[in-house]
Design a protein around this ligand. Structure first.
Ligand code: ADP
Ligand code: MG
Length: 567
């Protein structure tokens, strides 16, 4: 593993890197920076999103720029306005100590005159979307026949968005001897064609497995009825009190609808989609970046290339049709070594698609159960109490108000006072979640695949002291077992949920492991008791005999770690 000082970058750039807090080059940067600095080869950089490609090309590009020469030396093409602005601002950060470097962003959907003015003053690096760039070339304002470097960033996405002709037209006006750098997360045929037609003496640099999901992203999925997507999303947002993420929707209308409902329900959320004017989009993005918004509801195109760091979650309100889109979406979290969770809200017939995504990402997807109302309220409540405990109290600011407040609340004792404070914050939640239904449905994988193998497996009958009274149902039971066993493919046979206890069958191979997995477990503050049903008769017989196990509560066990469905 290299350090930045070994990449050949100059002191100004190293200082800027230091200022940004980058400690060491990412794998693609390690390979590509020396390559760009020391050669004029054309390069294809293939790496998943969030791997630091911008600095990978941006830093050496700045170093190779002849600041004294006031002419366009490099053109960077990228698919969206947001990405254009992002790259420009990244370049300015990298050039923080490089005196005199000028970089200009040109993109559509906004008045062209200021861009023309800026271009007339001259710049070293132009960052543009294909449409506007071509427009300015055709008007004779932008001259790229002298550039030494051409960069195609997110080439796959530019082609997906229909910029093929614009790209061809632009590429034709670039000079022969330039260096071309093409970056892409994937390598579909269209991208290959661009490379074949316009690039010479190619070097292909790949970091990480092609098309694979980043290492530090966890993939979770929930299974609900399609009509329950929205309440499921709400619960996911509610249980993750500090959530900061993007919710991806299929269409503009769905984006608007989900955002409207969230706003109405009191969340810090807003929509980003193509129908907004540019200034509205900027406004939304600014609020999201400074964290006034916790949830950005977006279509794929609108969110393309946005680099907001530290996103905690990506939520697929629907699974995308194309697994590559899933990769792009999930790449918005877990950036530069940080961890992130990519959540998919699915319905019962999408088990096969989860399998497909597991294949594409090379990752195991974890089935999660939508938390119940009680669990959510508990989590929120503790979060609130935590905040109350840890808030900074600035005596000097509140001092003058306190006497009259004390006086007004005089009649309340300490405990009542706490109850009142909690209720102010909490009545909305308690009301919403009173009688909240279970939204989970059993994923087909767990039900059918396992039952299908039924005759080969021998089962052991198991008793568990949790029944429907405490929210047990077949899907919860499967999830509970899966979680306790930390394994998802254990065969579960018949399930019989009674009011205060349940029976289920488990593959005989695993029965002893099951007992130890539940040893000391707690479910909603009570010890879980799991036993092999005596004589191992079938479930029907067990019920007829009025099987009713008697247990001595094992007091010391309740000290064991609390079993939580979600971490
Ligand atoms: P990509 O273009 O590959 O999707 P970006 O260039 O947008 O990724 O970088 C993703 C994030 O990683 C950005 O927030 C960037 O500031 C950060 N980053 C880039 N290089 C490093 C590094 N060497 N160390 C730490 N963070 C980095
Ligand atoms: Mg990028």
């Amino acid at each position: 593993m290299k350090i930045f000082t070994e990449t050949g970058l100059n002191n100004e750039l190293l200082r800027a890197i230091n200022r940004l807090g980058f400690e060491k080059p990412t794998p693609i940067q390690e390979k590509i920076i020396p390559n760009i600095l020391n050669s004029d080869n054309d390069i294809i950089g293939l790496a998943q999103t969030g791997t630091g490609k911008t600095a990978g090309f941006g830093l050496p590009l700045i170093q190779k720029t002849d600041i004294g020469k006031r002419s366009v030396q490099s053109l960077i093409l990228c698919p969206t306005r947001e990405l254009c602005m992002q790259i420009t601002s990244d370049l300015k950060d990298f050039a923080y100590y490089t005196k005199g470097l000028s970089a200009i962003a040109i993109y559509g959907g906004t008045n062209i005159s200021p861009q023309i003015q800026a271009l007339k003053k001259g710049a070293h690096i132009i960052i543009g979307t294909p449409g506007r760039t071509l427009d300015l070339i055709r008007r004779g304002i932008l001259k790229i026949n002298g550039i030494s470097t051409l960069i195609l960033d997110e080439a796959d996405e530019m082609l997906n968005m229909g910029f093929k002709e614009d790209l061809d037209a632009i590429l034709k006006t670039t000079p022969e001897g330039k260096q071309t750098l093409l970056f892409s997360a994937t390598m579909p045929d269209d991208v290959r064609r661009i490379a074949d037609n316009y690039m010479n003496s190619l070097v292909e640099i790949t970091a990480g497995r092609k098309n694979s999901g980043a290492e530090n992203i966890l993939h979770h999925y929930y299974v609900v009825k399609a009509s329950n997507r929205y309440p499921a999303l709400k619960r996911i947002a509610d249980i993750n009190t500090k959530i900061y993420g993007i919710v991806f929707c299929r269409t503009r209308n769905e984006t608007k609808d989900v955002a409207d409902r969230l706003i109405q329900d009191g969340y810090n959320a807003d929509a980003l989609h193509g129908e907004l004017s540019q200034s509205q989009r900027d406004h939304v993005m600014q609020r999201f970046r400074n964290r006034s918004l916790q949830l950005l509801i977006a279509t794929d195109v609108a969110a393309r290339g946005i680099d907001v760091s530290d996103l905690s979650h990506i939520i697929n309100y629907n699974l995308p049709d194309d697994p590559e889109v899933y990769l792009h979406r999930s790449g918005r979290t877990g950036r530069a070594g940080k961890s992130g969770i990519c959540i998919s809200i699915t319905h019962s017939r999408e088990g096969r698609r989860i399998k497909e995504l597991e294949h594409v990402t090379g990752k195991k997807f974890q089935y999660k159960i939508i938390p119940g109302g009680r669990e959510i309220c508990e989590r929120r409540l503790f979060n609130l109490i935590d905040n109350v405990e840890n808030v900074d109290v600035d005596e000097s600011k509140i001092e003058s108000f306190m006497p009259s407040i004390y006086k007004k609340l005089e009649w309340l004792g300490r405990e009542d006072l706490i109850k009142h404070f909690v209720s102010v914050e909490f009545n909305r939640f308690l009301e919403y979640y009173r009688n909240a239904p279970d939204l989970n449905i059993v994923p087909e994988k767990d039900l059918f695949i396992k039952k299908g193998r039924g005759n080969k497996t021998t089962y052991t009958n198991i008793y568990i002291n949790i029944g429907s009274k405490r929210g047990m149902n077949p899907s919860n039971l499967i999830a509970l077992v899966n979680e306790a066993m930390r394994k998802r493919d254990i065969s579960i046979g018949k399930i019989d949920v009674q009011r205060s206890f349940s029976f289920f069958e488990i593959d005989r191979e695993y029965d002893q492991k099951l007992l130890s997995a539940f040893d000391g477990a707690i479910y909603e503050d009570q010890p879980v008791i799991v036993e092999i049903k005596s004589g191992n008769k079938n479930i029907e017989a067990g019920r007829k005999n009025g099987y009713s196990p008697h247990h001595k509560p094992t007091g010391n066990k309740s000290k064991g770690k609390k079993r939580k469905k979600h971490k």
